[in-house]
Design a protein around this ligand. Structure first.
Ligand code: SF4
Length: 303
């Protein structure tokens, strides 16, 4: 089987997965937090399935599960190592109907012009970026020799898929230091992704590493300034805050708030003010790859 699900992804909606390396892990990273077993990094997928086989199965699944919202290209490892990715993307685009095509990549191959061109044909490209500095990158992602994070960051600034999502996974004691996050914040302003997903370990990791506590994750998320950041945590804070109109506008001018932020933090009174601001067009709601954001309408706030 080359497909799995559909599964309900909190970040992307009802997702039908395609696994391009169903027999074994094939990844050019060996991340400490990987939910697959630890394995020596490789740069090929052995015995990859054919495009024809994959497409046949996807067609069957789409008929059986018509409510699927996204078709997710992934693998037991890194999907851009799949040798026929460009053909596969073309064929999936022909049969996807109203579904979005999504790829989950560790970003290691995006400096290759051919792969960049393939990725730009995919509706939503999610790239991982755990660290801004080489030392931190090597410690957390344990890449194949020769993969240089500074080079990948430059290529991230030049990739233009319809929607670009950057995922950052924080691991206690490795990439949760303020200086590292501040560097990431600066770089993300240059990459300009449509959405940033911040998370921590939530499944048993390949190595003995620990998650960042939820409270700390929330604190660290505040170091990302004026960026469309989302955090998904299992036990959201129970306190609801009463924000004034001015405080809401100030908050949104610093950082767009996701629907999750609103649901977990805003009191009913604050939500009513938010609805009024929406009605008056002072703020607006956007949908970025399945997650709703509230953003300030800059044209109505030029002083
Ligand atoms: S890039 Fe993904 S699959 Fe590869 S080691 Fe890291 S977490 Fe695992």
């Amino acid at each position: 089987m080359f497909t799995f699900g559909p599964v309900n992804s909190r970040r992307f909606g009802l997702s039908l997965g395609i696994d391009l390396s169903p027999k074994e892990k094939s990844c050019n990273f060996d991340c400490v937090y990987c939910e697959l077993e630890a394995a020596k990094p490789v740069d090929i997928i052995k015995n990859p399935p054919s495009v024809k086989e994959v497409i046949k199965e996807v067609k069957e699944k789409l008929e059986k599960f018509p409510k699927v919202e996204v078709i997710t290209i992934t693998s037991n490892g890194e999907p851009t190592l799949y040798p026929y990715l460009d053909d596969l993307v073309d064929e999936l685009n022909k049969i996807k109907q109203n579904k979005k095509l999504l790829i989950l990549s560790n970003a290691s191959t995006i400096c290759d012009d051919k792969i960049k061109a393939t990725l730009e044909k995919i509706d939503i490209v999610k790239l991982s970026l755990d660290c801004a500095t080489p030392k931190c990158f090597k410690k957390i992602d344990r890449p194949l020799k020769g993969i240089d994070i500074s080079h990948l960051i430059e290529c991230m600034k030049n990739i233009n898929p319809p929607t670009l999502v950057i995922e950052i996974l924080l691991v206690k004691g490795i990439n949760d230091k303020t200086e590292e996050i501040e560097k990431l914040n600066k770089i993300l302003h240059d990459i300009k992704p449509d959405r940033i997903d911040l998370g921590t370990i939530d499944r048993p990791p390949a190595y003995k590493v620990q998650k960042v506590e939820e409270e700390k994750l929330v604190e660290l998320s505040k170091l990302f300034t004026n960026l469309p950041i989302t955090i998904i945590i299992k036990n959201p804070p129970k306190t609801k805050e009463n924000f004034s109109q001015e405080e809401i506008l100030n908050l949104l001018s610093h950082r767009p708030q996701s629907q999750f932020d609103i649901d977990t933090l805003f009191s009913n009174k604050s939500k009513n003010i938010l609805s009024e601001l929406l009605k008056r067009g002072e703020i607006f709601k956007s949908d970025v790859a399945g997650i709703k954001f509230y953003e300030i309408n800059k044209s109505s706030h030029i002083s």
